[in-house]
Design a protein around this ligand. Structure first.
Ligand code: AMP
Length: 420
């Protein structure tokens, strides 16, 4: 070990587990790419105001969890705590919404940072794959995104997840509900901080995990009873589309989520094998966000799925992904001359698109074959001086143990044939 360790709340991805992370990212991205979502990448940090305004001044993410910094030039920046505000900022900056092709459908993958109290499944650096559909108000779009996330999880083999669904109303009906909720909450027996929250963001009080608070909330006014007709119809349509697609969901009136920008459809994917940090992904509609960050009216919807927790969910369900061999062929030279010859073969294989590795460092047969085994390669190529004198290499099938001599000039074609 060196003098240094990964900072608190972070961890390194190292082989072989890191391969699962790549596979999870790929599994989430694939259905998006197949559905018209284009890849977007934004900086790891932004002007701190973007998140303050976009995510919300009253949220934990902004008040407690942001990594902020002042540059030598005096700019106030923050490491990105989430993806949506950045993606929308970038789409507006590039005028993607003016290209006459709405919605603008984008997907992204990257690192996010929150100064949280670390625990299992909750880190200060974590990884998300996300999707945003910008500029269109259409329940089909909300349904599409939920269906694509469901498809991604299912393609990984996950089964013990549930989809929670709710509607948060819009700028017509939410304020009416907000006031009703506030007057209900003000009469309860709550601590100072929660009382403050009632005034800033009362919906989030519903999210309080403490049993004594939850007990007092039993008779709280329900958002469902306050939804305007347009919101009700919209929500019913989303529900009907999901049902038609065979996607099972649960109505969860308490689902408000930790970010201020959500309107109408909100949803969360929870996994039952993860303990307290059970949310593997979530998202919703954010019709007002563009205007909040100085853009035009652009109703949008999106989600972000956590890669770290998805990997934990796979482990909880005991799912081992069928990862492709990273190395197909492993070359073991015996002697100086064989080193040159086999390295030439390996270079040729790689150029032909066959994944190949090599026993470096002039090691003996036994140690080198151990490495060949550990590499997961299907075939080993072994050659010593006698083989070279005969113009052949020994090709060993690592699964069956069978070995045969193949002329040097034919190795590449033979392996290409066997590996299909
Ligand atoms: P959010 O942006 O809070 O809705 O988070 C979306 C998803 O990102 C969550 O469902 C988690 O899977 C993941 N996530 C959020 N915060 C963390 C964290 N601190 N550590 C690990 N994963 C996280």
């Amino acid at each position: 070990m060196s003098t240094f360790q990964a900072p608190k709340g972070t961890y390194d991805l190292t082989p072989p587990r890191s391969a699962t992370f790549l596979a999870v990212r790929e599994a989430i991205a694939a259905p998006l790419r197949d559905s018209g979502y284009g890849y977007i990448e934004t900086p790891g940090f932004e002007n701190v105001e973007l998140f303050a305004r976009g995510v919300g001044e009253s949220t934990d993410i902004v008040t407690k969890e942001m990594y902020t910094l002042t540059t030598k030039g005096g700019d106030q920046l923050a490491l990105r705590p989430e993806g949506t505000a950045s993606v929308l900022r970038a789409a507006l900056e590039a005028n993607l919404h003016k290209a006459g092709n709405l919605p603008v459908k984008l997907w992204y993958s990257g690192s996010y940072y929150r100064y949280e109290r670390p625990q299992a499944g909750r880190y200060r650096h974590f990884s998300q794959v996300g999707a945003e559909a910008i500029g269109t108000e259409d329940p089909v779009l909300d349904a599409e995104l939920i269906i694509l996330a469901d498809q991604a999880y299912r393609s990984l083999g996950l089964r013990q997840f549930r989809i929670l669904l709710n509607s948060l109303g819009d700028k017509e009906c939410r304020p009416v509900y907000r006031e009703a909720l506030q007057s209900f909450l003000r009469d309860l027996d709550l601590d100072e901080e929660t009382r403050r929250r009632i005034e800033i963001n009362p919906l989030r009080v519903l999210d309080d995990k403490r049993a004594d608070v939850q007990k007092q909330l039993t008779d709280a006014p329900k958002l469902r009873d306050y939804l305007c007709d347009a919101c009700k119809a919209y929500h019913e349509e989303v529900r009907a589309l999901l049902t038609a697609a065979g996607v099972v969901f649960e109505d969860d009136e308490k689902l408000v989520r930790g970010l201020d920008y959500y309107t109408r459809t909100t949803f969360e994917f929870v996994h039952d094998g993860l303990g307290a940090q059970s949310a593997v992904g979530g998202g919703g509609r954010y019709d007002g966000l563009s205007e909040m960050i100085g853009g035009p009216e652009l109703p949008s919807v999106g989600w972000a799925l956590g890669v770290d927790r998805t990997v934990l969910a796979l482990e909880a369900e005991g799912i081992e992904l069928d990862l492709p061999y990273t190395t197909s062929v492993y070359a073991v030279p015996l002697g100086e001359e064989a080193r040159r010859a086999l390295f030439g073969v390996v270079t040729g294989l790689r150029r032909a698109g066959i994944a190949a590795d090599f026993a470096f460092g002039g090691r003996g047969l036994k140690g080198a074959m151990k490495s060949a085994n550990r590499s997961g390669a299907r075939y080993a190529l072994v050659a010593g001086e006698r083989d070279l004198a005969e113009g052949v290499v020994q090709l060993k099938d690592m699964e069956s143990g069978e070995q045969s001599a193949v002329p040097l000039a034919e190795v590449e074609a033979e392996l290409a044939k066997r590996l299909g």
